[in-house]
Write a protein that binds this ligand. Structure first.
Ligand SMILES: Cc1cc2nc3c(=O)[nH]c(=O)nc-3n(C[C@H](O)[C@H](O)[C@H](O)COP(=O)(O)OP(=O)(O)OC[C@H]3O[C@@H](n4cnc5c(N)ncnc54)[C@H](O)[C@@H]3O)c2cc1C
Length: 253
């Protein structure tokens, strides 16, 4: 599948094994795992994989992880945040080593995808590690010939918690069609002139696009975050059908 194909009905997806090629520390709580799949026919930015761990006694645990790499790359990047006492995230962050085999299946998901052939503008709103599938979209967008108008509003606890910060800053630098806005909820540098606190209606109104520009929104993060942002956008008068959401988990930002 390439990014220009039309998504087809998804066949049953088989489990396969990927080899861990590299593990990159992104922040103190987040690492990226770079996987070489045994068999991969491509994915759409926004899709995810399921990972399955099997213990010696046969006990299995499965969790979903979004793909952060764009379809143009051969290796798959998954970016995992530590969840306190988390069964699978703890294993992936503390036990997994380069060279290990990891069982997974994918790509999965049809509702939260974007490719450059769909055009823009797009407004991406991330809460914490919800940046992961949005990063696949931005990495894919960067490869397009004509820059598609986009904005990213990224809510993180502090600058140190911003995943892919250098890459995002580099991407936005010199790209007049990409607007990058960080909202820091807990700590910010004393000279921080960006947004302080949670994403609110005013920030959404000034950092996204106008209703007349018909943006498509992609919102990803903890469940409470996603629901809060969606309601604000609807209140601001944006078309509910243009709001796509992906919920990562039960807690708020
Ligand atoms: C479509 C999809 C894509 C996802 N993509 C990513 C991704 O790219 N990166 C990533 O880090 N996670 C992602 N997740 C979340 C991931 O699937 C796991 O839920 C998460 O890693 C926690 O699993 P665990 O086994 O470590 O925790 P568990 O053992 O399942 O839970 C331990 C405790 O943490 C709570 N908890 C569970 N999940 C979360 C969560 N997400 N946030 C906060 N508290 C939680 C539980 O209620 C429980 O109290 C995604 C989820 C979905 C549905």
């Amino acid at each position: 599948m390439t990014a220009t194909d039309t998504p087809l009905q998804q066949p049953r997806i088989a489990w396969q094994t990927g080899r861990v090629q590299a593990i990159v520390a992104e922040t103190s709580r987040v690492k990226s795992i770079i996987l070489q799949p045994a068999n991969w026919s491509g994915h759409w930015p926004g899709q995810h994989v399921d990972i399955r761990l099997t213990a010696d006694d046969g006990y299995q645990a499965e969790r979903s992880y979004s793909i952060a790499s764009p379809p143009e790359e051969e290796l798959l990047t998954l970016t995992v945040e530590r969840v306190e006492d988390g069964e699978v995230s703890s294993y992936l962050l503390d036990e997994l080593r380069v060279g290990d085999a990891l069982e997974f299946r994918g790509p999965i998901g049809r509702h939260f995808i974007w490719s450059q052939t769909r055009g823009g503008p797009i407004c991406l709103v991330a809460g914490g590690t919800g940046i992961t599938p949005l990063m696949a979209m931005l990495r894919h967008r960067r490869r397009s010939l004509a820059p598609i108008p986009a904005s990213l509003i990224y809510s993180a606890r502090s600058l140190a918690d911003v995943v892919y910060r250098d890459e995002l800053d580099t991407m936005a630098h010199g790209d007049r069609e990409l607007r990058l806005v960080y909202a820091l909820t807990r700590e910010h540098p004393s000279d921080w002139d960006g947004h302080r606190g949670r994403v609110n209606e005013a920030l959404l109104a000034e950092s996204s696009f106008t209703r007349e520009q018909n943006p498509t929104f992609f919102i990803c993060g903890p469940t409470g975050f996603v629901e809060g942002i969606s309601s604000m956008l609807v209140k601001l008068g944006f078309d509910p059908l243009a709001i796509r959401t992906e919920r990562f988990g039960p807690t708020g930002a």
